[in-house]
Design a binder for this molecule. Structure first.
Ligand code: NA7
Length: 536
């Protein structure tokens, strides 16, 4: 990678993924000097790191790309309705080249600390090699799922075969053909990985702690006619995304599962099950994610599908979640995932029945037996949303540490600024609306860019949210999850990661009042001259 001088930037951005790239582009448009620091050796963020077999969109490709450049929209062609990671990475490289972004990005350097100089209103960051850089404004584009976590299992380092976390899959790839492979985890990542490698490996053992509900992706290639149609409809596609609360193209159905007839319910669920994408999750009946009874019915429908697809009833039963209802965790989308368990070379091990005791030089020992593997895959997930912040020593005025502040529910304004941390702006921090992430990112970056412009135009050098406004926003954030079934379930979305000390308590980490409301609230504050913030 080309080395870029640290220089004397107006703004430091951490991260060159979907968020950091667009933030750089927008700030340049204001004529500001920007330096981006990126841990990876190239652009892409999530799509740079997650190279495991089968990694792909669960959002429609044509609703996922940047919307800011009509030229880019017309030039780029997604090959599939739900494109694979190599294509997304190719896309982000294309964007970086087209807008000449690389010259302001320094690759291969992890930011380990960021300290605020209260007297001079400046942030100084420190890189892993000890090198400092400083700027008035700090923008974090860290990604909500970049801090990967490994299980704390005794003997983890003693394994003598190859072992990888899915988020650190080697660039050069891994030869899986004929190998004995073990995989820990059954989240969205594991499901994509398992269904992709099952046919190629010699033998696959899946260690499952919690099964997840999963629905068919129904991916296929985009035909030339569809390509033309997509390119002609981008205005409508993005307008549709703006109207939904998750920024996906799927809109919640106004009907309630409990108010329609059993036939109508069944027919609708069959239809959704047969359609591509997240419709069955975020375009379902209005009460499925809020009403226990409605949710139980939807779960029963999904359980029946699993039983139809898995031959061995005992295995099917293990694959059916019992501890959480359909859609209360981020719904993995799959392609013949359940059928994998009909293959002779695949075995499901329920580690609630036979817990993993340790990792051995040869493989894994459970309470019941010893497994030997050539390759061990950790699809064990991430310390979500706040994890990437915890890994940087962020210190504000008076020695206030963000990590200590965020032991409980973070205190933010719109999830874009943290209380007590002036001049630090977060793209996709906690308490922003989330769903189709690039759509959220574009709006957040635009809002942040407007604020930076406002400061520049008015000669302001310091911004922070008013404490009482933060309190009001946090109260609103906590109120917004009331009645939502997902809030009562452990997952990265509720901030629980059993592999991370202190992360066993559920927290509210997003704004779940919907993107439409979020857009209105943040827009009103900007239009009103940012009275919720203090400036100097
Ligand atoms: P997830 O969804 O957090 O899944 C992690 C999986 O790993 C999940 O099945 C976990 O079981 C399992 N896990 C984690 N630690 C352990 C230990 N110690 N022992 C056994 N099993 C373990 O992460 P993904 O990467 O799949 O998906 C993250 C997001 O990326 C996804 O939501 C999409 O938005 C894209 P558990 O459920 O904790 O019992």
């Amino acid at each position: 990678a080309k080395t870029v001088e640290t220089g004397n930037p107006d703004v430091i951005v951490i991260g060159a993924g979907v968020a950091g790239l667009y933030q750089l582009h927008r700030l340049r448009g204001l004529g500001l000097r920007v330096k981006v620091f990126e841990a990876g050796t190239d652009v892409g963020g999530t799509w740079y790191w997650n190279r495991y077999p089968g990694a792909r969109f669960d959002s429609e490709s044509w609703s996922y790309g940047y919307s800011f450049s009509e030229e880019l929209l017309q030039e780029w062609e997604w090959p599939e309705h739900f494109s694979a990671q190599p294509d997304t990475l190719r896309y982000l490289n294309y964007v970086a080249d087209k807008f000449d972004l690389r010259r302001d990005i320094r690759f291969g350097c992890r930011v380990v600390a960021a300290h605020f100089d209260d007297a001079n209103d400046r942030w100084t960051i420190t890189l892993e090699n000890g090198e400092p850089a400083s700027a008035r404004l700090l923008i974090t584009a860290l990604g909500p799922l970049s801090a990967y976590t490994l299980p704390n299992i005794a003997g983890r380092d003693s394994f003598q075969g190859q072992a990888f976390h899915t988020a650190r899959w080697p660039r050069e790839g891994v030869s899986l053909a004929g190998k004995r492979v073990g995989i820990i985890g059954t989240g969205a990542t594991a499901i994509q990985c398992i269904q992709t490698i099952a046919a190629e490996v010699g033998h696959l053992t899946v260690f499952q702690r919690t099964p997840n509900w999963a629905a068919p992706l129904h991916n296929r290639r985009i035909t030339p006619e569809e390509q033309k149609k997509i390119k002609a409809s981008y205005v409508e596609i993005f307008e549709r995304c703006r109207q939904t609360s998750t920024c996906f193209i799927h809109q919640t159905d106004p009907r309630k599962a409990l108010e329609v007839s059993a036939e109508e319910r069944e027919a609708f669920w069959e239809k959704l099950y047969g359609e591509p994408g997240f419709g069955i999750w975020v375009g379902n009946f209005a009460d499925v994610l809020t009403d226990k009874k409605a949710n139980e019915l939807a779960s029963a429908f999904m359980a029946r599908k699993i039983r139809e697809r898995v031959r061995d009833p005992k295995v099917a039963d293990k694959l059916i979640p019992k501890d959480h209802g359909f859609g209360t965790r981020r719904l993995p989308l799959e392609t013949r995932y359940f059928e994998v368990y009909n293959q002779d070379n695949v075995r499901l091990v329920d580690i609630n029945e036979t817990p993993i005791e340790c990792i051995t030089p040869q493989g894994i020992r459970t309470s019941a037996e010893d497994f030997a593997f050539d390759i061990l895959i950790y699809a064990t997930g991430f310390d979500g949303v706040t994890g990437p912040y915890d890994r940087i020593d962020i210190v504000g005025p008076g020695g206030r540490r963000l990590k200590d502040d965020w032991v409980g529910t973070p205190r933010t304004m719109f999830g874009m600024m943290a209380e007590g941390f002036p001049n630090m702006l977060m793209v996709l921090g906690p308490h922003t609306a989330r769903g189709n992430i690039p759509r959220n990112i574009e709006e957040l970056v635009d809002w942040i860019t407007d604020l930076v412009k406002f400061m520049r135009d008015n000669g302001l050098r310091r911004v922070e949210p008013r404490v009482e406004e933060v309190a009001a926003w946090v109260a609103e954030v906590e109120q917004a999850v009331e009645g939502l079934l997902f809030a009562e379930v452990n997952s990265w979305q509720t901030g629980v990661n059993r592999n991370v000390e202190g992360r066993q308590v559920r927290r509210v980490l997003g704004y779940y009042g919907g993107a439409v409301e979020y857009r209105k609230r943040t827009g009103d504050v900007a239009a009103g001259g940012y009275r919720e913030f203090m400036f100097r």
